[in-house]
Design a protein around this ligand. Structure first.
Ligand code: HEC
Length: 274
């Protein structure tokens, strides 16, 4: 924590805008990083910290030669193609049979007035067909999500905000991102915007731009796969803040905001991280 430099100005700049205009928010977000790291191409932010740390990037390329998430993709494919007890399957619940659609998540369901993430949709599919829901942070759901992401690699995120309730969900996610919390009183933006590329304990901080594109990830620290909401929990714990329930409204809205910020970037999940 000691070596961290808080450049509070930039956070204020984003957080204080009162008129809700997601597209201006997104442009300001991207421009901030482009200005701060002029040698980093916008597309590279899908690689997390490896976009900003050259040495770590080389090591990561070695890891990617025998990707530790490969087993999860295979397991996910098998699960995806296994029929439910009623004879239906995941393919029956999704557009295009569920393949090549990762970039459309999360989306705002206007009828139900809520953000639907891929993991939520997977469990809703199961429940619709009489199966028990899966745990949201790891295991089978991460494998299914990994497989579905792998069939969508290279597709471009284009999250839309169709109506006023959607805008409200976006605003809540944005608020969550910029609000300070926990005993250490840090916001997501303090670490992943103002202090991106800075060293914090054993880690260098990634930019929030591109954060959702490569999830789920295999993390060496976990020794297994985990979902984006599992990662949110880890970050909240780091600042000693109360984690929110995975797939609860707060994290879904946060994911909606974060993914909107990454519009125009490509799906490159699943990923491998330290
Ligand atoms: C005290 C600093 C700190 C705060 C506050 C923090 N994080 Fe993190 N976060 C980290 C560190 C350290 C890592 C691991 C290195 C990296 O990839 O940035 C990380 C990693 C991540 C990753 C994975 C990045 C990847 O490429 O896989 C995501 C996503 C993330 N954080 C989101 C958030 C969100 C959302 C919040 C707010 C709820 C948040 N973080 C708050 C320190 C923080």
């Amino acid at each position: 924590m000691v070596r961290i430099l808080i450049t509070a100005m930039s956070v204020l700049l984003f957080a204080s805008s009162t008129v809700a205009d997601p597209e201006s928010d997104r442009k300001a977000f991207v421009n901030y990083f482009n200005k701060r790291f002029p040698n980093v191409a916008t597309e590279s932010y899908v690689n997390g910290i490896y976009a900003l740390d050259k040495d770590a990037y080389e090591q990561w390329l070695d890891i990617e030669e025998f990707p530790p998430y490969e087993i999860a993709i295979e397991e996910g494919e098998q699960l995806f193609n296994t029929r439910f007890a009623n004879g239906k399957g995941y393919a029956d619940c999704f557009d295009k049979g569920g393949l090549g659609i990762r970039q459309n998540y999360p989306y705002f369901d206007s009828a139900r007035k809520q953000v639907v993430t891929l993991e939520l949709a997977i469990n809703e599919c199961r429940e619709k067909h009489g199966e028990k829901p899966l745990g949201y942070k790891k295991g089978a759901i991460a494998s299914l999500s990994a497989y579905m992401a792998s069939t969508s690699r290279g597709n471009i995120f284009n999250i839309t905000i169709p109506d006023k309730p959607a805008l409200a969900a976006y605003e809540e996610g944005k608020q969550y991102f910029y609000s300070k919390r926990g005993q250490l009183n840090f916001s997501c933006a303090d670490c992943h915007v103002s202090n991106a590329s800075m060293q914090i304990r054993a880690d260098k901080l990634s930019a929030a731009l591109g954060h959702p594109t490569h999830f789920p990830v295999y993390r060496s620290k976990w020794g297994e796969m985990g979902t984006l909401h599992r990662r949110f929990d880890g970050c909240n714990k780091q600042v000693r803040a109360n984690p929110q329930p995975a797939q609860g409204e707060a994290y879904r809205n946060l994911e909606y905001f974060l993914t909107y910020m990454s519009n125009g970037l490509e799906v490159n999940g699943p990923g491998a991280r330290k």
